[in-house]
Design a protein around this ligand. Structure first.
Ligand code: CAO
Length: 423
């Protein structure tokens, strides 16, 4: 006895029109449980679509280049009774997509960071290459058809061929377009001693591309200051003392989030993005805060939504949930979209100051390092005060120096007297 099983796109967190970048099966293929049927990609993440059953592919309803959304039919499988995970006919099977590596808001791998001479159109035609090499080529914006000779068996195109192609085009681009940025020299470090090579995670690679792009496109200024959080800390400790052991602790970051939103409400130009042509400023009427989270695979930035409408306890639970999902690699693209400004807090680790890079298209980022007791002169004497170092990096095309200083003064004022957040 055989069953017909429909495989559909599962709930992917309100993201519609997801690109199908690869279809890895065709009618007649035998697939195992959890085998990847297709690779989907949004501008934030790439995900494998696993099969929730074993069986033989009867029909495939999507092709590379299609756009799919939740519920789109991917394929039908014919499964026999022996196929252990087979499901009854017509039952919609919705496997959870497996984020290959979810990437943070700033990590948008788009080909525009490469010179225009790099062909950006990607087609999956006749080139002889594996799906992973095709995916790699697409991430770099390389049209695999342009790689004429692969160095693998029977001319198969390998990752190194894609890399060499990009290097060649980049070198030509520098020479032709005169961008003036000389390539880094390639050095054989083994001539100086033992070495070991380790591949960067996808998050690190994409973060690197995006950071370079932001670094080259945005004229950034970082402004440093300190907020007196002595009273805020006393209140925080009192709140935590009321909590039971099972409750989530309130960290200072939550008050920083609230203070930042209050300052955004006061200075709307910080809650804005510059249009790509640099001619218009797009003001946002919502208040979503990105929080940089350090994970074993690299940096990701989950977004807390509508922070202006939420209290510290609610935000605390949400931050705990999102940062734990981030560390487990379980964030969906929707969790990382729509940020207005980002906080990068290294306070749990240490530091006195740093210069965070703006998470464009946002126009500013707030860096936080470790609060420290300091003697502060009050006009009569030195008194011990808990001082929190803050670093505000902003896009100078949008924010003037004086505006940056006023914005920071507002954040400091809210943190110095959190009762002001009620006004
Ligand atoms: N000053 C002093 N102590 C601080 C502090 C600060 N500015 N910030 C946090 N702490 C303390 C907390 O109170 C907590 O103390 P206890 O263990 O005694 O309770 C401890 O440090 C650890 O805090 P935390 O880091 O777990 O919690 P958080 O809410 O402050 O931060 C998160 C959450 C997700 C932002 C953080 O865990 C993280 O990942 N930070 C790294 C972000 C990063 O990598 N940024 C760099 C990006 S590059 O631009």
């Amino acid at each position: 006895m055989t069953f017909l099983i429909e495989i559909k796109v599962p709930d992917v967190g309100n993201v519609a029109d997801i690109d199908v970048v690869d279809v890895l099966v065709k009618p007649g293929d035998k697939v195992k449980l959890e085998q990847t049927l297709a690779v989907l990609e949004t501008d934030k993440a790439s995900m494998d679509l696993p099969s929730s059953a074993a069986g033989t592919v009867q029909e495939v309803f999507i092709k590379s280049g299609d756009k799919v959304s939740e519920g789109t039919l991917i394929a039908t499988l014919l499964a026999s009774a022996e196929d252990s995970a087979a499901k009854p006919a017509q039952q919609a099977v919705e496997p959870a997509p497996v984020p290959v590596e979810a990437v943070s808001e700033p990590v948008i791998a788009k080909p525009e960071s490469l010179p225009e001479t790099l062909p950006s159109a990607v087609s999956a035609g006749a080139a002889h290459a594996s799906p992973s090499v095709r995916l790699f080529a697409r991430e770099l914006g390389v049209d695999i058809q342009k790689i004429t000779a692969g160095s693998g068996r029977k001319g198969r195109i390998l990752k190194d061929d894609v890399k060499n192609f990009v290097k060649k085009v980049m070198a030509e681009g520098v020479g032709q377009a005169g961008s003036g940025i000389p390539a880094m020299p390639s050095i054989d470090f083994s001539q100086f001693g033992d070495i070991e090579e380790q591949k960067l995670s996808k998050i690190k690679r994409l973060t690197g591309q995006n950071l370079s792009r932001v670094w080259l496109n945005l004229p950034m200024v970082t402004y440093h200051d300190e907020a007196d959080i002595t009273e805020m800390e006393a209140f925080r400790n009192a709140l935590n003392a009321e909590k039971s052991k099972e409750d989530i602790k309130i960290t200072g970051l939550l008050f920083i989030i609230k203070a930042l939103v209050a300052a955004l409400e006061q200075f709307p130009q910080f809650n804005a993005s510059l249009s790509v042509d640099g001619e218009r400023l797009i003001f946002k009427k919502y208040f979503n805060i990105g929080i940089a989270v350090d994970t074993p695979n690299g940096l990701v930035v989950p977004v807390l939504r509508d922070v202006n409408r939420k209290g510290v306890n609610e935000l605390s639970a949400e931050l705990a949930e999102k940062s734990s999902k981030a560390r487990l690699g379980k964030l969906m693209p929707a969790d990382m979209q729509g940020g207005c400004i980002t906080i990068s807090s290294l306070g749990g680790i240490g530091g006195t100051a740093f210069t965070p890079i703006v998470n464009a298209p946002e126009v500013a980022i707030l860096g936080v390092t470790r609060a420290k007791m300091q003697p502060v002169w009050n006009g009569k004497e030195f008194v011990p005060r808990l001082m929190l170092p803050l670093d505000l990096t902003y896009d100078h095309r949008v924010i003037d120096g004086a505006e940056g200083a006023r914005f920071m003064a507002a954040v400091k004022q809210y943190l110095g007297d959190i009762r002001r957040l009620l006004l």
